[in-house]
Design a protein around this ligand. Structure first.
Ligand code: DX5
Ligand code: ZN
Length: 219
């Protein structure tokens, strides 16, 4: 099997049975938990905040990949580190001083990622690519689960792969939004190595099998 990371997005879990769903992911072939934090300002939706993340952390046995869809994220980096985030991703569009934000995240010894909205050109990362651990290419407009995949994503992955190959060959290239077994192979062939999947996993009759399906699809 190809070495790809599958990160189920907790946003699509059943919050009435959160512990059950977290434990189900613990037992699955998934690699990370993808945790979407939305502030109702940067994106037109509010997901959940610290108390829910604390509950997730209490049960999760895999890496917490925290995706901050919030304005001025510097205010909360430490709080997310204290709650067990091992990767913190901020949005390019939400950070005036992106380099400073990345330095702040790294100062706590956690990995730093940058997410790009569908309209944001990957070339804009040229001067920061060697300083970051992950790029999250949004393949839907951030804010909601269950949206359809934007086809232009493949082209962006290829450009990012090209941009990173000389300077940061260990970069995680994460795709977030509308990921299914229908596009997983094409995404990894283009250069993606982390697949986030919310509704495809939690909406499946057998979520563990859906995770295996994603891993097998890319072989
Ligand atoms: C969207 C979030 C995604 C979302 C993915 O703003 O960042 O992580 O949960 O959900 P699906 O896989 O259902 O598109
Ligand atoms: Zn996300």
């Amino acid at each position: 099997m190809k070495d790809i990371i599958v990160a189920p997005s907790v946003l699509a879990a059943d919050f009435g049975n959160l512990q059950r769903d977290i434990e189900m992911i613990n037992e699955s072939e998934a690699d990370w938990f993808h945790v979407d934090i939305m502030d109702g300002m940067f994106v037109p939706n509010i997901s959940f905040g610290m108390p829910v993340l604390e509950a997730i952390q209490k049960h999760a046995k895999k890496r917490l990949d925290v995706h901050l869809m919030i304005e001025n994220p510097d205010r909360y980096i430490k709080a997310f580190v204290d709650l067990g985030a091992e990767i913190i991703t901020v949005h390019y569009e939400a950070c005036t001083h992106l380099h400073r934000t990345i330095q702040l995240i790294h100062s706590y010894g956690v990995k730093a990622g940058v997410a790009l909205n569908p309209h944001t050109n990957v070339e804009l990362l040229k001067n920061i690519i060697s300083d970051i651990d992950l790029v999250c290419i949004m393949s839907v407009n951030p804010g909601f689960g269950g949206q359809s995949f934007i086809e232009n994503t493949y082209q962006k992955i290829k450009s990012l792969k090209e941009l990173s190959k000389e300077v940061n060959s260990n970069l995680y290239i994460e795709i977030d939004g509308g990921v299914t077994t229908d596009n997983a192979k094409k995404l990894t062939e283009a250069g993606a190595n982390v697949l986030v999947a919310g509704s495809f996993v939690f909406g499946a009759r057998d979520p563990k099998q859906a995770i295996i399906g994603l891993k097998e699809a890319v072989v």
